[in-house]
Design a protein around this ligand. Structure first.
Ligand code: ADP
Ligand code: MG
Length: 670
């Protein structure tokens, strides 16, 4: 493979500017041509002074110098040059720190100027401007790229570097098979790279961007799909113990749960490694699908690991598994960071020897010292809480163990097609029978009492509640209702209802005890921070009151609301907000009131926050897209995906002559 040519070979790029360029991700000539201008400066038309407006104050035109004068400013004496354009409109050039211009801008000489003019008491003035001898030098008649800058970089240096790189690398070869250009209505890459920097028209710039964005998405899809194993699927039947489990339940599974279990079973029984995402809104019953399919693996003689993001949740799952699976003879273990000493040693040994079938825990599951005899199936609950590395570490524990990742955060289609392209997906669309959608109220200060009354009525019916606050204690920000003071306040409000305080600073044992008591209904309500956010499942809790709701993000609010509405009882979510809401906060609360649909909420979240933020840093690391946008280019994502699928199905090995470019490009991506 040819060595990439360094950017330092471009004239004018020394040590300092090459360091600055590196900060923009540019170290080679090819990086430079792949650097997307952040905007364009359209100087095609001469823009005379009287054509400016407040919205667009830019001028680019010829001027003639009329006279020089001076005025005093903070910096001392400042040169003021009066000039006129070809219309005869006058303008004053305020030459701050540029006294030297006096000798250049001789009276009567002609120049080309560009910059932004301002009208000040009826007189046009300009202080930040460039002035050139010729039209060409001033870029008049052209569209100029505007680059992101850092350090000492200037637009001029960047333009020169781009134009040198384009020339030096010319002819720039095509990056896609010939037939694809026509099919997808793309322009050839040589043109695309030239036009992205120096377009003749804005349409050219758009076509260039379209081609480069398509290419970027297509290559990503192709690399992912090529790695995705193909398997022969055959029908698999539930084992005897699976059937027993189903019979022991007080309810029947939903169609979606059954279908998901079937899909997972088929994956498991096929020779390729499963990488499946089980997506289902909060409360849709993902856990049961996990237990059912865990049994399938165990009955094949494999060990199963179930990983949850918090100790609290891991404990809840361990209790649930004990209740459902122990009677069937499944040997269960529970491991977290706080399991230490002799207990830990014994536990690890049982995993290694294979005398534990199912281990449930937190990320402690993938500590160095944890080894399995035969890990065949790993389940990751609330997968979006884990980083890619953590998931990989768990996968390494087994020899090609099947992976099931569960999430309540619906993956927007653009991400599903890219970041999650190598996953198969099962979806639980429907909720278990008899569920009533949670009713959401937005509560202002003035309606607080009314809310307390409604919650009081629920207590009388024997139902339970969560009160959620954003902080643990009052650390000076008096406006925030913190858990500890509210705990006391609520005690007076509901003197007969037992309650407990729960937050992240409590020892884990205590948290678990509290949750246990809450489940047993020894406690009527919890006063909590967002520790209860994920996964906690208490069917008789029918109210959640979230204070300072405006401080929580959409995803967190949806998760919190998902703590109620988990049985056939009607349930309520009260979002209490403070005064002075920002527009964004208002928008968020409105979304929560209008819909219970996690998918819609996720789409809104994506709109408001963008994909990186939404999926968490840890997962968006892959998404360094230069040209494409996962929020606005969904159409392009779909087309790129379809082309990648087409290529894979026609020529998986990329052996056709036409596809040689792709084979080489993929090799370079590694
Ligand atoms: P999530 O998908 O949010 O993880 P869970 O798996 O915790 O949801 O299930 C929520 C509740 O619904 C649990 O109490 C569970 O026992 C119950 N559940 C699961 N499946 C069904 C079903 N088919 N019918 C009725 N209740 C169900
Ligand atoms: Mg769950």
């Amino acid at each position: 493979m040819e060595k990439p040519r360094r950017i330092t070979e471009a004239p004018g790029i020394g040590k300092k500017s090459s360091e600055d360029l590196l900060a923009l991700g540019v170290s080679t000539l090819h990086d430079m041509i792949s650097l997307r201008p952040r905007a364009y400066d359209d100087r095609r038309e001469e823009r005379r002074i009287r054509n400016t407006s407040i919205d667009d104050p830019s001028i680019s035109c010829r001027i003639t110098i009329l006279r020089h004068s001076e005025f005093s400013s903070k910096g001392g004496r400042t040169l003021k040059v009066t000039a006129t354009d070809d219309d005869g409109t006058r303008i004053e050039l305020l030459c701050f720190n540029r006294y030297f211009l006096k000798t250049q801008l001789r009276i009567g000489s002609e120049w080309y100027i560009y910059g932004k003019a301002m009208k000040n008491r009826g007189v046009y003035q300009i202080s930040s401007f460039e002035i050139k001898r010729t039209r060409e030098e001033a870029g008049i008649g052209r569209i100029l790229p505007v680059y992101p800058l850092t350090g000492g970089l200037t637009e001029k240096l960047m333009r020169n570097a781009a134009s040198y790189s384009l020339m030096a690398l010319s002819p720039i070869p095509d990056e896609l098979p010939q037939s694809m250009y026509e099919r997808e209505n793309l322009i050839h890459h040589s043109e695309a790279y030239n036009f992205i920097h120096f377009p003749a028209t804005m349409e050219d710039a758009a076509r260039a961007l379209n081609t480069l964005a398509f290419t970027e998405l297509f290559m990503m899809e192709l690399s992912v799909l090529r790695e995705k194993p193909r398997g022969i699927r055959k029908k698999s039947l539930p084992s005897a113990r699976e059937k027993k489990l189903l019979k022991s339940l007080p309810f029947t599974l939903t169609e979606d749960q059954l279908k998901a279990a079937e899909e997972i079973r088929e994956d498991m029984d096929s020779p390729v490694q499963m990488n499946r995402l089980l997506q289902g809104d909060v409360g849709s019953g993902k856990t049961l699908v996990a237990w059912l399919t865990a049994l399938h693996a165990i009955d094949k003689g494999e060990q199963v690991a179930f990983m949850a993001p918090t100790e609290l949740l891991a404990r809840q799952h361990a209790d649930g598994a004990a209740e459902l699976l122990s009677p069937l003879g499944v040997r269960i273990a529970f491991i977290t960071g706080s399991v230490k000493g002799e207990r830990r040693r014994l536990l690890l040994r049982s995993l290694q020897e294979g005398s534990t079938d199912l281990v449930i825990g937190t990320h402690a599951l993938f500590s160095e010292d944890v080894t399995f005899k035969n890990l065949g199936f790993a389940i990751i609950d609330e997968q979006h809480r884990f980083g890619v590395q953590q998931r990989q570490a768990l996968m390494k524990k087994g020899n090609k163990a099947d992976i099931l990742s569960m999430t309540a955060t619906p993956i927007p289609r653009s991400l599903a097609l890219t970041l999650f392209a190598d996953y198969s997906v099962s979806v639980l669309h429907s909720m278990p029978k008899g569920r009533i959608p949670v009713k959401t109220y937005l509560v202002s200060e003035s309606r607080r009492e009314e809310m307390y009354k409604s919650v009081g009525v629920e207590f009388q019916r024997g139902h339970q509640a969560y009160f959620v606050y954003p902080r643990i204690d009052d650390e000076g920000e008096g406006d925030l209702r913190d858990v500890t003071t509210m705990y006391d306040f609520l005690k007076e409000k509901y003197p007969d209802v037992p309650s407990r305080l729960i937050h992240s600073k409590l020892p884990d044992d205590e948290k678990m005890q509290i949750l246990h008591d809450f489940r047993e209904k020894k406690i009527g309500y919890l006063v909590a921070t967002s520790v209860i956010e994920v996964g906690i499942d208490i069917p008789d809790a029918t109210c959640i009151i979230i204070e300072h709701a405006e401080r929580f993000g959409l995803a967190a609010l949806h998760q919190l609301r998902g703590r109620v509405g988990r049985s056939s009882l009607p349930s309520y979510c009260f979002l209490v907000y403070g005064p002075g809401l920002t527009d964004e906060a208002k928008a968020r609360l409105r979304v929560m009131k209008e819909t219970n649909d996690g998918f819609k909420i996720a789409e809104k979240d994506l709109e408001i926050r963008g994909p990186g933020e939404m999926m968490g840093d840890k997962q968006s690391g892959f998404l360094h897209l230069k040209f494409a946008s996962l929020t606005s280019d969904l159409d392009l994502v779909e087309r790129a995906r379809a082309e990648a699928e087409r290529i894979i199905s026609e020529d998986r090995g990329l052996l056709k002559a036409e596809n040689a470019v792709l084979r080489e490009a993929l090799a370079k991506m590694k």
